[in-house]
Design a protein around this ligand. Structure first.
Ligand SMILES: Cc1cc2nc3c(=O)[nH]c(=O)nc-3n(C[C@H](O)[C@H](O)[C@H](O)COP(=O)(O)OP(=O)(O)OC[C@H]3O[C@@H](n4cnc5c(N)ncnc54)[C@H](O)[C@@H]3O)c2cc1C
Length: 367
């Protein structure tokens, strides 16, 4: 399959997140010619790690952090298969309750993370290992699909990458968030109104969230008997966790930001300073000077977050209507994204599950 040309591929996978890469890899292994087109200039989608700009060493996860091996057999098996190891989330010590109305933050014991584990080397390693098993010629980044047309019984897919000619695959797997696909791809003929409605009604898990990571020379909170965890009503971080590497190196904390999108966007510097102030309030003066500080605002990523994701309050992923798991346009178009999974929808586990399921469906329909 190496050397697949864009105009003669059997299956085009739109979106190089975990679902798209899982699906593409399984199709490739089953002997289909596959091309993955990814809008961003990197693979992984919501899976994205912060790295040291000089050494490229892994510093932290800007998207997903945890897998629960006891409850998530698909992710656990895939990680083993990809040669990736997991390590339990550090949670020894007290949690800081940071509730301004009750005065200074206080220490409490709180329930653990239910067996949440981190991926050694960061969750980006999952996308990298999947992609490494595909021929490099099968992956095109920096190519946003802007139209999918069915013309005289054949499919034509166009991107905004001028170097990439229109693609005429026999099957298409749309592995992008459903709202993004409904909102930003020009479908011709128009999508069936029920499919379009359900796509637009499906929130993309965590799409409008923002995460902050602070990296320090030492995990100084551990020496104070603190787990790195904050539960806060005053914010800006509504929760934080220890995000250090093996044996506390590099030492890090991460937190989810409670400020709404508009406030984050307009007051970026004030937000940074308010987070540092909160970390000092909760963990002490050592928190005032992180070696690195990064905010990843997913609401600003148009390939993940559609306008409606920002307008609505976040909702936990629900089971989506089965209509969205059925191919359409004569079994040529398949939708595939973590939110569509019937197992752990919206999560990494769901991405592996639906990616595998759709690969089987594409193979079966090609016979
Ligand atoms: C902050 C955050 C924290 C999270 N925490 C966890 C966690 O701890 N545990 C967990 O299990 N899950 C977590 N998740 C969810 C997890 O990241 C997702 O379930 C998983 O990454 C989804 O993968 P996907 O491939 O289905 O979708 P995505 O990762 O969204 O991939 C879709 C891809 O499509 C691309 N794309 C979009 N439009 C186009 C286009 N027109 N043309 C070409 N390409 C396009 C995008 O760039 C993207 O690469 C978290 C997510 C976020 C954002």
């Amino acid at each position: 399959m190496s050397g697949a040309r864009p105009d003669d591929c059997e299956v085009l996978v739109i979106g190089g997140g975990l679902t798209g890469l899982t699906c593409a890899l399984l199709l490739h292994e089953a002997g289909h010619s596959v091309i993955v087109v990814e809008a961003a200039d990197r693979l992984g989608g919501r899976v994205h790690s912060l790295r040291d700009q000089v050494s490229n060493a892994y510093l932290g996860d800007l998207g997903p952090t945890w897998i629960w091996p006891q409850a998530q057999p698909f992710a656990t098996r895939w990680l083993q298969e990809l040669g990736l190891k997991m390590t339990p989330q550090f949670e020894t010590g007290d949690t800081i309750l940071d509730i301004a109305t009750h005065g200074a933050p206080s220490r409490h014991q709180s329930p653990g993370m239910d067996g949440g584990h981190r991926v050694r080397g960061g969750t980006t390693a999952i996308a990298e290992r999947l992609a490494a098993r595909l021929p490099s010629s099968a992956i095109r980044t920096g190519a946003r699909v802007n139209s999918i047309a069915c013309e005289a019984g054949s499919i034509k897919v166009s991107t905004d990458n001028r170097a990439l000619p229109a693609i005429r695959p026999r099957r298409v797997v749309v592995a992008t968030p459903l709202r993004v696909a409904a909102h930003s791809i020009d479908w011709s003929p128009a999508l069936d109104s029920r499919i379009a409605h359900f796509m637009e009604a499906t929130p993309t898990w965590m799409a409008a969230q923002a995460k902050a990571i602070a990296i320090y020379a030492e995990p100084f909170w551990r020496a104070k008997g603190l787990s790195g965890r904050i539960a806060s009503r005053s914010g800006p971080l509504i929760e934080s966790h220890d995000h250090s590497g093996e044996l506390g190196n590099p030492a890090g904390l991460f937190g989810f930001i409670g400020w709404p999108r508009q406030a984050r966007k307009v007051n970026a510097e004030a937000l940074r300073s308010a987070i540092i102030t909160q970390l000092v309030r909760c963990f002490g003066e050592e928190a005032s000077t992180p070696d690195y500080f990064h905010i990843e605002d997913w609401a600003e990523n148009p390939f993940v977050c559609a306008p409606i994701d920002v307008a609505e309050p976040p909702q936990h992923p629900q089971l989506t209507p089965s209509l969205l798991r059925k191919p359409f346009w004569d079994d040529r178009i398949f939708l595939a994204v973590a939110e569509l999974a019937t197992v752990s929808p919206g999560l990494i586990e769901g991405a592996f599950h639906i990616g595998s399921q759709v690969a089987r469906g594409v193979s079966a329909s090609s016979r």
